[in-house]
Design a protein. Sequence first.
Length: 68
Amino acid sequence: MPWDTPVPVVVWALICIPPGVRAILKPPADKLSASLLALDTLLLNLYFASTAPWAVVNYYLRALPFLL
């Protein structure tokens, strides 16, 4: 499977978005769980940004200034 396709973005979305949505809709009760969830999300995003080809990452990030 070539990694220059949108596959890495789909994999990232399936792994990172559900925990974030769950944290927003139902926040963790204790501080440790909230910290671990935030750390997990940060590490997954850093891993994705460092392993995905820049052509794929930049293609989807080009709309970021408009969204912000």
